[in-house]
Design a protein around this ligand. Structure first.
Ligand code: DX5
Ligand code: ZN
Length: 222
């Protein structure tokens, strides 16, 4: 079985020296850089857009895992590709013609992902599992870092794992929200293979702690 991937979310990083945070988290062993784009409309918070993303690209070579919490989506896809996104994930709840949106993302040569908020059932994925590269199960309601993990989502992670195994394509199963060493274990056992973590990695912004915080999430012996 391949090792679980850790995708630190820069939402919890120190924005005043974001480039340094990106370098530090890369050195600490992050697999992906998780980038939360919020529009103050689909979610009740506002973060950053393509200009900030392209400004940090030079600080790392790890893939940019861009989580779009915006509505509409389609008019903005190209600008996130140009900014350096390697994986673009959109919300089922924010998109009407999901298959079209995913094909649009793929047409730019980047990977596409689909995310479900906690109240959205797994069956929404059924007719896109032939094209998606990643499924993101939200384990909090999207909008903010530092929220508590919602345990009911473990069942959904198991359901999505079973759906992915049945399809037999290399689709990553990512979880996002309230992930700490304890909830990480539960999610891995339920079938997750990519863990997003904001506060559990960046909380305290102590650069020297980042490698250990990542190792704890992976379940590596310290
Ligand atoms: C929430 C974001 C998450 C957030 C996770 O809407 O999608 O990526 O940064 O933060 P923690 O790990 O602190 O719950
Ligand atoms: Zn996210």
């Amino acid at each position: 079985m391949s090792k679980v991937k850790i995708a630190p979310s820069i939402l919890s990083a120190d924005f005043s020296w974001l480039g340094n945070e990106v370098s530090a988290i890369t050195k600490a062993g992050a697999d992906y850089l998780h980038i939360d784009v919020m529009d103050g409309h689909f979610v009740p918070n506002l973060t950053f857009g393509p200009a900030v993303i392209s400004s940090i690209k030079r600080f790392t070579k790890i893939p940019f895992d861009v989580h779009l919490m915006i509505e509409p989506v389609d008019p903005f896809i190209e600008s996130y590709v140009k900014a350096g996104a390697d994986i673009i994930t959109v919300h089922v709840e924010a998109v009407t013609h999901l298959e079209r949106t995913l094909q649009l993302i793929k047409s730019f040569g980047v990977k596409c992902g689909v995310s479900l908020v906690p109240s959205t059932p797994a069956w929404h994925l059924e007719y896109v599992l032939d094209i998606v590269d990643l499924v993101l199960v939200m384990t909090v309601n999207p909008g903010f870092g530092g929220q508590a993990f919602i345990p009911s989502q473990l069942k959904k992670i198991q359901q999505v794992r079973a759906m992915i195994n049945k399809v037999g394509r290399p689709i990553e199963l990512e979880v996002d929200g309230g992930i700490n060493p304890e909830t990480a274990k539960l999610c891995i056992a339920a079938g997750a293979d990519v863990l997003v973590a904001g506060n559990a990695v960046f909380g305290g912004n102590e650069v020297k702690d980042y490698p250990q915080r990542i190792a704890l999430l992976r379940g590596d012996p310290i």
